[in-house]
Ligand binder design. Structure first.
Ligand SMILES: *[C@@H]1O[C@H](CO)[C@@H](O)[C@H](O)[C@H]1NC(C)=O
Ligand SMILES: *[C@@H]1O[C@H](CO)[C@@H](O)[C@H](O)[C@H]1NC(C)=O
Length: 314
C-alpha cells in the first residue's frame, strides 16, 4: 500500500524518532510510507491535495489531535497513534476533546503506548473501546562505533581527573526562553556542559560512554532516553515522577531520587558500589527486552496496518 504517515516531526524529538521507526516497520513489510509533518498543513484541503498527489491509499497519524484531525473526511482508511499530550493535555479542552472523539470514530484502530493511556482514552471516548491496542515503544540502539567525544567537546574542556563526574546535557533547543535560562545557569556551573542535538548513533555511543544517564525532568512523559540507556547497559538515575517511576523501579532497574541531596547520595553510592551498578544494568536490559521489544513493535504495526487494506470496513 501507499501510506501517508502524518506526524509532528520536530527534528530529534521523541515523536520524530517514533515516526521514523514506525515507517521502517511498515516499509519492511513492503508498504511505501510518505512521511509528512502535520505542522506543514493548515487545512483539510491541503491534505486532500497531498493524498491525491501522492496517490495514498491509507494513512496513519502519530498524534490524535495534532495529526489525526487532518485525516478526517478524506475517505481513505486510517489509524492513529496517541501522542503523550493527546490524553494528558488536549483531551482536557472540551472543543479538542470533541474533535478527537470524532476522529476516533472514523479511525479503524488506535495505538496507545501504555495500558494506562489506553484506559484514560477509553474513559474519554467510550465508543472507541475495542479498537484501542497497546503497543509500547520499541527500543533499538545503534551506537556509532567510531564515535569520538572530541567532535563535540574540546579536549581542553574535558575534566582530567574524574571524567565520569561531568554532567553533559544533550538535545535540541526547542524553547528559546528556556534555552536562555539553561545557558545562563550552565555558564556558572563548573563541570556542566551543554551540547546541542547529535545524530542518534552518536548519541547512543555517547550514552554508552557515560557512567550514568540522569533524568531530572519534572514533567510527564515517557522517556525513550531512559529506555535506550537501559538497552545500552548504562545505569539510570531518574527523578521520582510517575512517568519515570513507570519504567524505573528503585534499586532494581535504576535509581530514583526526589531531592538534590538524594541525587548526590545515590550517585555516590552508585560510583562506589559496582555490584549495585551491575545488578541495575542487568535488570534494565532485561526490562527493555521484555517490555519494549523492537521486534514485537514491528510485528504489531505490520499486523494493524492490514486493517487499512480494502475500502470497506471490516
Ligand atoms: C560516527 O562518528 C564519526 C566520528 O565522530 C562521524 O564522522 C560519523 O559521521 C558518525 N556516523 C554517523 C552515522 O552518525
Ligand atoms: C525525562 O523523563 C520525562 C518523564 O518520563 C520524559 O518526558 C523526558 O522525555 C525524559 N527526558 C530525557 C532526556 O530522558
Amino acid at each position: 500500500m501507499r501510506l501517508l504517515l502524518l506526524a509532528v516531526l520536530r527534528p530529534h524529538t521523541g515523536n520524530a524518532v517514533t515516526a521514523q521507526r514506525v515507517r521502517a516497520h511498515l516499509e519492511a513489510a513492503g508498504h511505501v510510507c510518505v512521511l509528512k509533518d502535520a505542522f506543514d498543513f493548515g487545512s483539510p484541503s491541503e491534505i486532500a491535495n497531498l493524498i491525491l498527489a501522492e496517490n495514498c491509499e491509507a494513512a496513519l497519524a502519530l498524534h490524535l489531535y495534532r495529526a489525526g484531525r487532518l485525516l478526517q473526511g478524506h475517505r481513505i482508511p486510517f489509524g492513529i497513534i496517541f501522542g503523550g499530550t493527546d490524553v494528558n493535555e488536549d483531551a482536557k479542552q472540551k472543543e479538542k476533546n470533541t474533535v478527537m472523539g470524532r476522529v476516533l470514530e472514523e479511525a479503524r484502530f488506535a495505538v496507545a503506548f501504555t495500558e494506562s493511556m489506553k484506559e484514560m482514552a477509553q474513559v474519554q471516548w467510550p465508543h472507541a473501546k475495542g479498537k484501542i491496542y497497546v503497543q509500547s515503544q520499541g527500543i533499538a540502539t545503534t551506537p556509532n562505533a567510531t564515535f569520538n567525544w572530541n567532535t563535540f567537546l574540546q579536549r581542553s574542556e574535558w575534566h582530567q581527573d574524574e571524567p565520569s563526574v561531568y554532567l553533559v546535557i544533550v538535545g535540541p533547543e526547542v524553547d528559546p526562553v528556556f534555552t536562555r535560562e539553561v545557558k545562563a545557569k550552565v555558564k556558572r556551573a563548573a563541570g556542566v556542559r551543554l551540547i546541542g542535538e547529535m545524530p542518534q548513533g552518536d548519541l547512543h555511543a555517547a550514552v554508552k560512554n557515560c557512567f550514568a544517564v540522569v533524568n531530572s525532568s519534572v514533567s510527564e512523559g515517557m522517556s525513550a532516553a531512559i529506555l535506550e540507556a537501559m538497552d545500552l547497559e548504562v545505569p539510570v538515575l531518574a527523578r521520582n515522577i510517575p512517568g519515570n517511576a513507570a519504567v524505573v523501579r528503585h534499586e532494581v532497574t535504576g535509581l530514583l531520587f526526589s531531592t538534590p541531596q538524594e541525587f548526590v547520595h545515590l550517585a555516590k553510592r552508585l560510583v562506589s558500589d559496582p555490584a549495585l551498578e551491575k545488578e541495575i544494568v542487568t535488570n534494565g536490559k532485561a526490562y527493555v527486552r521484555m517490555y519494549h521489544s523492537w521486534q514485537v513493535e514491528r510485528d504489531t504495526y505490520q499486523q494493524l496496518i492490514r486493517k487499512l487494506e480494502g475500502s470497506s470496513e471490516d
